[in-house]
Write a protein that binds this ligand. Structure first.
Ligand SMILES: Cc1cc2nc3c(=O)[nH]c(=O)nc-3n(C[C@H](O)[C@H](O)[C@H](O)COP(=O)(O)OP(=O)(O)OC[C@H]3O[C@@H](n4cnc5c(N)ncnc54)[C@H](O)[C@@H]3O)c2cc1C
Length: 338
């Protein structure tokens, strides 16, 4: 059981800044996100696009903003549990107990839900038989590229993820890149590299093809693909990597007994608490009259929720409002040397 002052569900921009707001008032937190990296929508949906409405930053990309937030919260040494989805929340006296899909348990008097539009999940292969090979021979993201050495890998997808991994893994593996359309959607320079590798015989490209079946009993040995004319082709495969994009699901959050209004959680704007004491909702997932789904709104909401967490985490202490410019204790927590 991992014990802390506040558990943050979601490492999007709102969840990341909430770590800061908890940290400067002396509260510890743990951050859990379903994705394998921090940044939420900024990193998953528009890492290279410029954002123009972050106060005092005239222009930054989704990735730049995420990196800036991670740097800003470094002094607080929050633990991140990535690739892990919070499944259950239960109350035990004044504490909330959270369980994740990886079987980790967390306990805290405060939970801050910064879950955005819900958990992002990979769009999976449509074939039923794919399920039994998931996490052993079929993957929807690459956590450790070194597990693939001298293997036959079939990569499905037509976007940047499929193309980038095809290039990267072709250095040490036999790659077949399969897409249901003739045209790929990836960046022009990546496509050129793929074409060159195809010419050099380093990557086999198959378009327009769909996965028809998977071969093998306990172990997958190959796949069969079908083109639009119905002609079939067998390919030997040790692994399938599938990159069909992400779907957003409110997911388990809908089952926690919280009031839900059109896939968002109504909150009290004094402290961003939900209908459950000690459970707060901030960022895109919360709703209240006038709510703007903007990053800067999430920052403000996190600041107020963090102050409310203080009362429950340290009931015998009095919270004192302090400016970061002048507070000695905040400077100490930030590790500022004067
Ligand atoms: C294309 C595009 C452009 C945009 N441009 C701008 C802009 O210019 N300016 C602006 O202010 N805003 C912009 N936005 C909106 C902005 O990205 C969102 O307002 C912001 O990302 C919300 O942050 P968040 O932290 O609340 O949620 P998110 O960024 O959605 O992050 C939520 C995180 O919670 C995780 N999560 C959810 N449920 C669980 C669970 N049960 N367990 C574990 N993890 C979970 C998710 O995996 C996700 O990583 C844009 C959005 C898009 C799509």
């Amino acid at each position: 059981m991992i014990k802390t002052d506040a558990i943050i569900i979601g490492a999007g921009p709102t969840g990341l800044f909430a770590v800061h707001q908890l940290g400067i008032i002396g509260l510890k937190c743990e951050v859990i996100d379903n994705l394998d990296r921090a940044g939420g929508q900024c990193i998953e949906l528009y890492p290279d696009k410029p954002i123009y409405d972050i106060p005092a930053i005239p222009e930054c990309t989704g990735e730049g903003l995420t990196n800036g937030l991670l740097k800003q919260i470094k002094p607080f040494k929050a633990n991140f549990y990535l690739g892990e989805r919070v499944e259950e929340i239960k109350q035990e006296n004044d504490l909330w107990i959270l369980k994740t899909n990886k079987g980790n348990f967390f306990s805290a008097p405060n939970v801050i839900i910064a879950g955005g539009v819900g958990s992002f999940e990979p769009r999976k292969l449509a074939l039923k038989e794919a399920e039994k090979f998931e996490s052993s021979q079929i993957f929807y993201s690459v956590i450790n590229k070194d597990q693939f050495q001298n293997k036959k890998i079939s990569i499905f997808g037509g976007g940047d993820s499929a193309l980038d991994w095809a290039l990267e893994l072709s250095k040490k593996n036999e790659i077949t890149l399969i897409h249901r359309r003739t045209e790929f959607r990836g960046a022009a320079h990546t496509l050129n590299e793929i074409k060159q590798k195809e010419k050099d015989g380093k990557i086999l490209v198959k378009t327009p093809y769909n996965l028809k079946s998977i071969e093998g009993g306990m172990t997958m040995t190959g796949i069969e693909i079908e083109n639009e004319n119905g002609s079939l082709e067998k390919i030997k495969a040790d692994y399938i990597l599938s990159f069909f994009g992400l779907v957003m699901k409110l997911g388990p959050i809908a089952e926690w007994g919280l009031n839900i209004d059109k896939k968002t959680i109504p909150v009290n704007t004094e402290n961003f608490e939900t209908n459950k004491k000690g459970i707060f909702a901030i960022g895109d997932i919360c709703t209240y009259p006038g709510k703007l789904k903007l990053i800067l709104s999430g920052f403000h909401e996190g600041a107020l929720a963090a102050r409310a967490c203080f009362k429950r985490a340290k009931p015998n202490e009095t919270y004192r409002f302090e400016f970061t410019t002048a507070s000695k204790s905040i400077h100490d927590r930030l590790g500022v040397k004067k």
